[in-house]
Design a protein around this ligand. Structure first.
Ligand SMILES: Cc1cc2nc3c(=O)[nH]c(=O)nc-3n(C[C@H](O)[C@H](O)[C@H](O)COP(=O)(O)OP(=O)(O)OC[C@H]3O[C@@H](n4cnc5c(N)ncnc54)[C@H](O)[C@@H]3O)c2cc1C
Length: 441
């Protein structure tokens, strides 16, 4: 590492939602020392949820997504400079431009990156897009307004479905491909995914469930998507929506418990060394953090949702300023929202391991409902489609680990029956020991 280290203080690596809210919480909790914020993107923190919704739709410019500062930060920003190495013992971060940043305490908030198409050469074909950052969204929007003859989206998770919805609103022909029987199968299960499959059909999306993509083909620009069943689909634009990998590469030399599934923390958000010891001066928060969630019996999860990035960063900031014997465990009820095909989807809890599902308000047929997921007789999650007014009551009960389903005597309830949630069998873990918290990727 070169250069004279800059003054000690608190460093935050990752200048996005968790980094910003963590920095604000440090100031609000009375920290008035030096504060450095490092981000590899050239922008001040901005909001990602609008990228796959309003920005693709052309309702908002990618540059108009900057997050508001809730307090004055008086921070030293190092933007457009990736952290490339952490020397944990010396407490120094090396930045790509050669700067060495020393710290007393560090918050790791480097989030995640879009999982690229696995063949790097095909991933570089023009017309192949991923969607994670502001520049990705601007590029994709610019490509969509050129009216591509056919858009192929690989992966029917939340971002794939949101993109499909926007493309249809723009009048573009869209094919959406996923190996599972329904969209959103891993996050919400096949029963609820079937409702979105109906929306795709009605919106005119060519949805190909149970289908694997073998290759993206072209000659400089993408021309075809080859499927493993031997068929091929002509494509002028491909959106690769295969989820996200956590941005932990820069931690490789730090001997932490970190991999593409996240950096593992203890319950108080302190990162763990490879042998499982908590590092008292280094914390992590947001998409990059993997931690034992108390509500789900200490299962290790990394949650890719906006609300967790905010809450966990605030919690980590609080603990960073607290004494070693006053480190509070971070508990959280995961929650996310999505909007697609004119439906407002909101969900709370983790669906993983659900063995039953009950529609407790409305109906799947009407595409307006609230459904609760159960596991071994306990309510573990709930999802609403255009029925958000009921969600807080169920969220409270999920957080209190109430029996399944938790409310049986509400007005206007349909006859409650339990049905199989229809989750695909667990896949071989991509990242050892990780339970993904319902990915937005
Ligand atoms: C398109 C899209 C739509 C979404 N929609 C929703 C939604 O509707 N609802 C919802 O709940 N959630 C949604 N999410 C998820 C939500 O945006 C994330 O959970 C949130 O952004 C996580 O914040 P973060 O700060 O932890 O990580 P990130 O936002 O990923 O930020 C990490 C930052 O660190 C930077 N970084 C990475 N490595 C380095 C390094 N080595 N050095 C310096 N900087 C580095 C990254 O470039 C990035 O700027 C969406 C996400 C995407 C991508």
């Amino acid at each position: 590492m070169s250069g004279t280290p800059e003054p000690l203080g608190i460093a935050i690596v990752g200048a996005s939602l968790a980094g910003l809210r963590g920095a604000e919480a440090l100031r609000l909790n009375g920290y008035d020392g030096p504060l450095s914020i490092v981000g590899d993107e050239p922008y001040r923190p901005y909001d990602r949820p609008p990228l796959s919704k309003h920005v693709l739709a052309g309702e908002l410019a990618a540059g108009a997504t900057q997050l508001p500062n809730l307090v004055s930060l008086d921070a030293r920003w190092h933007l457009g400079q990736a952290a490339i190495k952490l020397d944990r013992e010396a407490r120094i971060i090396a930045l790509a431009g050669g700067t060495a940043l020393s710290f007393d305490r560090l918050l790791i908030a480097t989030g995640a990156q879009a999982r690229p198409w696995p063949d790097p050469e095909a991933a570089r074909l023009s017309g192949v897009h991923t969607l994670r950052g502001r520049d990705d969204a601007a590029d994709l929007r610019a490509a969509l307004v050129k009216n591509p003859g056919r858009v192929v989206i690989v992966g029917a998770g939340l971002i794939g479905c949101e993109a499909a919805s926007c493309c249809r609103d723009l009048g573009l022909p869209v094919t959406l491909i996923d190996p599972n029987p329904t969209p959103l199968a891993r996050s919400l299960g096949g029963a609820i995914g079937g409702v979105i499959a109906g929306c795709l059909r009605d919106a005119g999306v060519d949805f190909r469930p149970g289908t694997q993509v073998r290759a993206l083909e072209g000659d400089g620009a993408v021309r075809r998507v080859a499927l493993s069943n031997g068929a091929a689909i002509d494509a002028d634009l491909v959106i690769v929506a295969l989820g996200a990998v956590r941005a932990t590469g820069w931690l490789a030399a730090a001997a932490l418990m970190a991999d593409a599934g996240g950096v593992t923390c203890d319950g108080a958000c302190r990162v763990l060394t490879a042998d499982g010891t908590a590092v008292p001066e280094i914390y992590a928060a947001g998409d990059v953090a993997r931690w034992p969630i108390p509500l789900y019996d200490g299962r290790l999860v990394s949650i890719e949702h906006w609300g967790n990035a905010v809450e966990q960063a605030r919690h980590a900031a609080r603990n960073m300023l607290a004494a070693p014997d006053d480190q509070r465990p971070y508990d959280h009820l995961p929650a996310f929202w999505s909007s697609q095909f004119g439906i407002n989807i909101k969900a709370v809890g983790l669906t993983e391991g659900a063995d039953s599902l009950a529609v407790v308000q409305g109906s799947l047929a009407a595409r307006r409902f609230l459904a609760v997921y159960g596991q071994a007789g306990r309510s573990i999650a709930a999802v609403s489609f255009d029925e958000a007014r009921w969600l807080p009551a169920y969220a409270e009960r999920v957080a209190a680990r109430r029996p399944f389903p938790p409310i049986r005597d509400a007005n206007d309830q349909p006859a409650i029956t339990s049905l199989p949630p229809g989750f695909p069998p667990p896949r071989a873990a991509r990242h050892h020991g990780v339970a993904m918290g319902g990915a937005h990727g």
